[in-house]
Write a protein that binds this ligand. Structure first.
Ligand code: ADP
Ligand code: MG
Ligand code: ZN
Length: 471
């Protein structure tokens, strides 16, 4: 029988606030363990949470970026469970009254509906030391503000799940809500998946694969889980509703807990934080201050004369797209700048394995190089060499061109002198040319270029050579 996959995603995204959501600890990533912890985020008895309003503003931005309704009233609840990464033994989240609801993301082929977005706090991190057979707790991440984005079960394939996640990550990055670095865990995805006969309208029993941290593992986990569930059904067994862990190394899912032993979270309204009211005026103010989103940016690029493919390629990487915008600010030739970025710059970036941010090339320098090539200050091929050098040393393109003697000379006297010498040394070729054989021109051009080197402007050489031959 043919089966259809049904998927709903729960995406956790860390908000880019400076401090944590219920205390004033820094919300930075990385560094030494347990250095950003205080009585509040480590759950000391008697400490009270203090809500960081900045997190609400970012959650509203996320809602606007994902076409959601922003709720004027929302409230926090306690979700009780004991686990060593959660020192309070409960997580503050929004259960009954989320901050945003009813959104959607257009993935090109269809719209995926978003059921809700709610705010919650992140838990700490356990580090398992296999050798010493102990687990260590790092609470730096405790209390980092998260939003959880929950979709309707509208997704039907691994491709759609990946496209949705990529689209959400891009929208959150553009909105300045989350850096969406999946490899660092600032955006993580839980996949709910079930299968049903293709003709069926009734969803099957679902499993939930927790904490996938790359698009690739989302795709692989879905493909694996689809075949596992299909095998079960075909052999007359049933799928058990359970939570699964994906092992990227072995490529299989394993059970974490089943529905029978599922948690009873005993949700109740968080008594230490008052409900949150957001007025329409406040929502309007945030909405007006929303940065340019990917679709608007693409439209702007098309109006600058870029091709659809080039515009899509640039917006897919916000840092690259920002780089392009800054470069165009200092040299207003968008097509030329785009071509230099896409044809040359991107190739080097891909080869190097670094990101645009890590490479740290000043956009104005690339713009200057573009201008130098367009104006014939250096040849196109020299421009490529100069870019390579710039990426290594971050030197100014003009400095490199001077140092490497790549500036095309506009001083015609050297060219004239060389032309005279070369024509004098090749009387036979000159005679043939004047007798009507245009072929030898290439030979003479070659002699000129070889003698004058990279610094000579081929257009000027050609002009002077022609003048001399035809005089
Ligand atoms: P819970 O409260 O148990 O987490 P939800 O109704 O909130 O359940 O659903 C969680 C996620 O699972 C949502 O993204 C939803 O779209 C998805 N989902 C629900 N039912 C199914 C199903 N039968 N197959 C696949 N995904 C499902
Ligand atoms: Mg859930
Ligand atoms: Zn703290």
């Amino acid at each position: 029988m043919k089966y259809q996959t049904v998927i709903g995603l729960e995406i956790h995204a860390e908000l880019l606030t400076h401090s944590k959501v219920f205390c004033s600890c820094s919300a930075e990533f990385g560094g030494e363990e347990n250095i950003r912890v205080c009585p509040r985020c480590s759950g000391m008895p008697g400490s009270l949470p203090l809500f960081n309003r900045g997190a609400a503003e970012l959650a509203v931005k996320a809602g606007l970026a994902l076409n959601c309704k922003i709720n004027n009233f929302s409230a926090f609840d306690r979700k009780n469970y004991f686990y060593p990464d959660l020192p309070k033994a409960y997580q503050i989240t929004q259960f009954n009254h989320p901050i945003c609801s009813d959104g959607y993301v257009d993935i090109g082929t269809k719209k995926i509906r978003i059921n809700r977005i709610h705010i919650e706090e992140d838990a700490g991190k356990l580090i398992h030391d296999e050798k010493r057979k102990i687990s260590l707790a790092d609470y730096n991440r405790c209390g980092i503000p998260l939003i959880e984005i929950v979709t309707e079960p509208d997704i039907r394939s691994a491709e759609e799940a990946k496209a949705f996640t990529a689209e959400v990550a891009l929208a959150l990055k553009y909105a300045g809500v989350c850096d969406a670095k999946m490899e660092q865990g600032s955006l993580r995805c839980d996949v709910n998946i079930s299968i049903m006969p293709e003709s069926s309208k009734v969803f099957g029993t679902r499993t939930e694969i927790k904490n996938l941290n790359s698009l690739r593992s989302i795709g692989r986990a879905i493909e694996y889980e689809f075949s596992r569930q299909k095998k079960l059904l075909e052999s007359g067994e049933r799928v058990i509703q359970q939570t699964l862990h994906w092992n990227d190394a072995t490529g299989v899912t394993t059970a974490l807990r089943s529905k029978e032993e599922a948690h009873d979270y005993r949700y109740f309204p968080e008594p230490d934080i008052p409900p949150m009211f957001i007025t329409d005026e406040e929502i309007n103010t945030i909405s007006k201050a929303m940065p340019e989103m990917p679709s608007a940016r693409k439209a702007r690029y098309l109006s600058l004369g870029l091709s659809d493919a080039d515009a899509s390629l640039l917006i897919a990487d916000k840092a690259l797209s920002d780089f392009f915008d800054l470069a165009v600010k200092s040299y207003q030739n968008p097509k030329s700048v785009a071509s230099m970025i896409i044809v040359e710059f991107l190739r080097h970036i891909n080869d190097s394995g670094f990101s645009v941010e890590e490479i740290a090339l000043p956009p104005a320098d690339l713009a200057q190089l573009c201008k130098m090539a367009d104006e014939g200050t250096v040849s196109r091929s020299a421009a490529k060499d100069i870019l390579k050098q710039m990426l290594k040393t971050l030197e100014d393109p003009m400095e490199i061109a001077k140092k490497e003697n790549m500036l095309m000379s506009n001083d015609t006297s050297a060219v004239e002198k060389t032309a005279d010498e070369i024509l004098a040394a090749n009387p036979k070729a000159v005679e043939e040319y004047r007798g009507g054989s245009a072929k030898v021109f290439g030979f003479l051009m070659g002699q000129m270029c070889r003698t004058l080197g990279k610094s000579a402007n081929p257009a000027i050489i050609k002009k002077i050579l022609e003048e001399k031959l035809n005089s």
